[in-house]
Structures are given as C-alpha cells and as structure tokens.
Design a protein around this ligand. Structure first.
Ligand code: ADP
Ligand code: MG
Length: 246
C-alpha cells in the first residue's frame, strides 16, 4: 500500500483511492475499489449492513494497514463513530484535549465545545451526558484537530429522531464554517439526501453507484429531485418500491 499526500493536477483532493482491496480470510470485502473525494466535499456512503462501509472508513482513517491498493488521504484526518468512545474517567474538556498537540489545547477545546453548544457541560463526566451530548463531544474532539477529512461512521444512528435532526443541522453548520471534506457513512437514505453533495452506494466491494445532489440546503424532504433520487437509491440497495413507500 502506498500513502502519499493527495495532490492532483486539478487541485487538492481530500482522498484518492485506487484498487483498494480488503480480505478477511478468503472473504473479499473491498474489491479493487476506486474513490475520489474533493477538498471540502460532503459525501455520504450508504450500503447494506455488512457491505464494507466501516471497513472502507477504517482504511481511510489509517486504522487498518492490512489492505492493498493505493490510498492517498490529505491529513489531518478525524473520525467520529456511532459510539462516542469517550474516556469515562475524564471530564468533557479533557476528553476533547486528549492527545491534542496544540500550544493552547484548553482554549481550542473550549471554543469547539462552544461551537457544538456544550459550554455548560465542559466539566461534566461522560456518563452524565445524553446520547446527543456525547455525540457533540465526539464532534468537538474531531473539530479541534482541524481535519481536512472528517470521517463519520453512522454517528447519529443511535440517537432519537429529534436529536438526530438537530445533529444534522449542527454538522451542516460546522461543515459550512470549517469546510473539511466529509465522508458520512449511514444506512439512512434520508440522512444522506438531507446532508450530502454526493451519495455513493457501496455494493459488491466497490462504489456501485454515485449520484450528485443538486438541491440547495436546507432541503425540503419532498423536493421532486430528492423523491426521485430516494427511489433510485433504495432500488440500488435492493429495496423494492412497495417496501420503501412510507
Ligand atoms: P458495514 O459497516 O457496511 O456494515 P463492515 O465493514 O463492518 O460492514 O463489515 C464488512 C464485512 O466484513 C462483514 O461481513 C463483516 O462481518 C466482515 N468483517 C468486518 N470486520 C471483520 C473482522 N475483524 N474479522 C472478520 N470479518 C470482519
Ligand atoms: Mg459499519
């Protein structure tokens, strides 16, 4: 595997992947996968459970070196997972500054916690946080690293519907302000349609489908373009139209 800074003639890309292959034993999960993410682009990745979404994300995050192919990612890269993975014996602020190399880690952490609306919970213990608050800490922890590429692995799927909507707004706001490239893994087609510039479908170990979403934000769920795209994506996921009517 070769890892280099991701520069192309057409400008900076956040990630460029060629022929990425990952096997678990004899099982090929990623099969010569190609992927490009532009600087500042918001990409959603959907796919059935077990299709290899987390596997791809772990490879992009540099957490899995047992892969073959070419992988060029612009650093720094930050990751947030479905479980916020906070250290329970460290207060919120110390979870955000953990491992942070900065001349004034406390200052940047306080600013990031303010951005995610958690100023009042700075000294709280992780176990006293709601699911939404814990995910906000996880986002703040990603943010203080000034990522060029922000990888999100189903970060909202354990949250209730209302909290999820406010997290969607927060993520869009943070993205618009800081402009990292984002790769959001989700199994929720509507989440992908609400947030992303482009939706990718992972199937048979490759990017089986890619759709640009040319609808201004904030998006009306019932916009005809989104309704058509929803059906298209559900059919790419193998969900028949009758099942998807809700
Ligand atoms: P997704 O995130 O799309 O649900 P994953 O990337 O987690 O899928 O997993 C893809 C496939 O790889 C699944 O079939 C899963 O069982 C398999 N897999 C993931 N991690 C391991 C592992 N550490 N050992 C063996 N198989 C694994
Ligand atoms: Mg997964």
């Amino acid at each position: 595997m070769s890892e280099t800074a991701a520069q192309t003639e057409s400008g900076v890309v956040a990630a460029s992947v060629r022929g990425l292959t990952k096997r678990f034993g004899t099982r090929v999960v990623l099969d010569e996968l190609d992927l490009d993410i532009k600087a500042g682009e918001f990409v959603a990745l959907i796919g059935r459970s077990g299709s290899g979404k987390s596997t791809l994300l772990r490879a992009l995050a540099g957490l899995d070196h047992d892969v073959s192919g070419e992988l060029a990612v612009t650093k720094p890269v930050a990751v947030a997972f479905q479980e916020p993975r906070l250290v329970p014996w460290k207060r919120v602020l110390d979870n955000v500054t953990l491992g942070l190399r900065d001349t004034n880690p406390r200052r940047v952490a306080v600013a990031a916690l303010e951005e995610v609306g958690l100023t009042e919970r700075i000294s709280a213990w992780p176990l006293t946080l709601s699911g939404g608050e814990a995910q906000r800490v996880s986002l703040a922890r990603a943010l203080v690293r000034h990522p060029a590429l922000l990888l999100l692995d189903e970060p909202f799927s354990a949250l209730d519907a209302l909290t999820r909507i406010s997290m969607h707004r927060l993520v869009l706001r943070l993205w618009q302000r800081h402009k990292p490239a984002v790769l959001l893994v989700t199994h929720d087609v509507d989440e992908a349609l609400a947030l992303a510039d482009r939706v990718l479908v992972l199937g048979d170990g490759q990017i089986a489908h890619s759709s640009a979403i040319d609808v201004a934000r904030p998006r009306d769920r019932d916009h005809p373009t989104l309704t058509a795209l929803r059906l298209r994506l559900l059919s790419e996921l193998g969900v028949p139209a009758a099942e998807s009517a809700s």
